[in-house]
Design a protein around this ligand. Sequence first.
Ligand code: AP5
Ligand code: ZN
Length: 218
Amino acid sequence: MRLILLGAPGAGKGTQATFIKEKFNIPQISTGDMLRAAVAAGTELGIAAKKVMDAGGLVSDDIIIGLVKDRLQQSDCANGYLFDGFPRTTRQADAMKEAGVAIDYVLEIDVPDSAIVERMSGRRVHPGSGRTYHVKFNPPKAEGRDDATGEALIQRDDDKEETVKKRLAVYHDQTEVLLGYYGDWAKSGQPGAPKYRKIAGVGPVEEIRDRAFAALAE
Ligand code: AP5
Ligand code: ZN
């Protein structure tokens, strides 16, 4: 299974990626998680990326495309992969097409902007694994602790209301165009075109998981 999860910031890409990667036994390639790991490690890339991320902008296409191409060389991608938060611009999508990176499904998770800020303000993350919780909608078993490791959860620096609004604007401006990009490609019936599936992303997490699994079985 080779798929792309598309959706606004806070649509639940990371949350649903956890279920999908386990079901299909594929790695999750989250460019956001990769950048946050670089920030935590204090690398040159991390220092540069942090400024852009904290401002709610997008890291340069060349850097992101390079990171993803390198990641795809690793042996765990032989069985498939799940892209989470990538591609985010037409240039990133074109780069994957040109490199012949195969995609079976594009799954769009649709959530209205009005639901996003509340989701972000209650989000808590386990930095080691990227596992994501919400204080109200998806609480961990022990408050402030990751279910699997018991380690402390943190809040992301870019989850402040102002930054969330900026990220949403950037999504509408630069990423939303990819819904049509992949939708049209899917409709074209060209060899190698992916299947395009759209699911509603509002409701209990497990219900959305079931919708996603059903969409990926069609
Ligand atoms: P990235 O980490 O990709 O962030 P994002 O796309 O903005 O998406 P999020 O991770 O915020 O949301 P999500 O859809 O994963 O939702 P989640 O499951 O966590 O990118 C961060 C930054 O890195 C970017 O701003 C950019 O600067 C840079 N970057 C990354 N990739 C890049 C690229 N390709 N090109 C350029 N720059 C790039 O859920 C959110 C919350 O809602 C959680 O608390 C969760 O528990 C809760 N929730 C989930 N589902 C539900 C539900 N059904 N009901 C209620 N609450 C729910
Ligand atoms: Zn995410």
